[in-house]
Design a binder for this molecule. Structure first.
Ligand code: SF4
Length: 277
């Protein structure tokens, strides 16, 4: 069996990582472009070998979650048979001053690109399968993966693109460029990550719902399950880090910085961030 990483290193196809919800297997996607056929393979494998959840990472890679130890070798064999190989790790993209737009992006009078965001980079097998089918039926047969947690489908006729975007909203994709969910970065947190000192995603969703008008590309929030800060290596306007006794906050800092407030409850976090931003 390939080596299993315990902690502190980046997982790959050949070297999965042990996490709180099973093995994490990361596929490096060359140039951030995955064919619809390969996306269907990933969606199918994620339900048969993992827990059906897939992350789009901040380097534009895709990773399987929840792979059982006894299933890993079969997953590895199946993916390599479909041509997935160990690609070089792409550079991490710095968080930009403005985020790439979502929705319908016209290229000429009757064709354009569809941009769909993923809350915190997470999608499930059904969402990925649907994206692949849209790319096959209406686009060029490929998905372009953005490190800023979005998927783009190019060369779609305008009328079809507008219908696809309406359906995408119902399926849980972000279609509004200014959606506050895009201004918050968070990792899996507890219990999915065994290093996490507390949950993250519920708090991140609550912040997005509570502070929609305060957040923009210059007022960002990072909720991290521990000081490692996997979701965002850069400074955020508010960085909230889980601790055994609650959450710490630091302003304009990274997750490893000394906090300005310590051991706050989730409710106090909402009030403190609202009054500070
Ligand atoms: S930052 Fe999040 S994902 Fe990374 S090790 Fe800590 S808890 Fe886990």
């Amino acid at each position: 069996m390939n080596q299993i990483l315990r902690k502190g290193w980046c997982p790959t196809l050949e070297r999965p990582m042990e996490t709180g919800d099973g093995l994490l297997v990361r596929l490096h996607i060359r140039y951030g472009i995955v064919s619809a056929a390969n996306a269907l393979v990933i969606a199918d494998c994620s339900t048969r070998y993992g827990n059906g959840l897939i992350d789009l990472t901040s380097r534009g890679n895709l990773q399987f979650r929840g792979v059982k130890h006894k299933e890993y070798e079969a997953l590895f064999t199946e993916l390599t048979q479909h041509g997935f190989t160990q690609e070089p790790r792409p550079e991490r993209s710095l968080y930009p001053d403005y985020l790439p737009s979502l929705g319908y992006l016209p290229v000429d009078v009757d064709r354009g690109t569809i941009g769909l965001g993923l809350a915190f980079g997470r999608l499930d097998a059904a969402m990925l399968k649907w994206l692949a089918e849209v790319a096959q039926h209406y686009g060029t047969g490929a998905l372009c993966l953005s490190p800023w947690r979005a998927v783009y489908i190019t060369q779609v006729k305008k009328a079809e693109a507008l219908r696809v975007i309406e359906t995408a909203k119902d399926k849980g994709f972000i279609t509004d460029s200014h959606d506050s969910l895009r201004m918050i970065q968070t990792c899996s947190g507890a219990p999915a990550c065994s290093s996490a000192l507390g949950p993250t995603r519920e708090l991140a969703f609550a912040l997005a719902r509570t502070l929609p008008d305060l957040l923009d590309a210059k007022h960002t929030i990072h909720v991290s399950g521990c000081a490692k800060g996997c979701a965002c290596p850069q400074k955020s306007s508010a960085v909230i880090v889980a601790q055994p006794e609650g959450y710490d906050i630091a302003w304009n800092e990274t997750a490893s910085a000394s906090p300005d407030h310590i051991a706050l409850s989730a409710e106090n976090i909402l009030n403190t961030v609202r009054s500070a931003l």
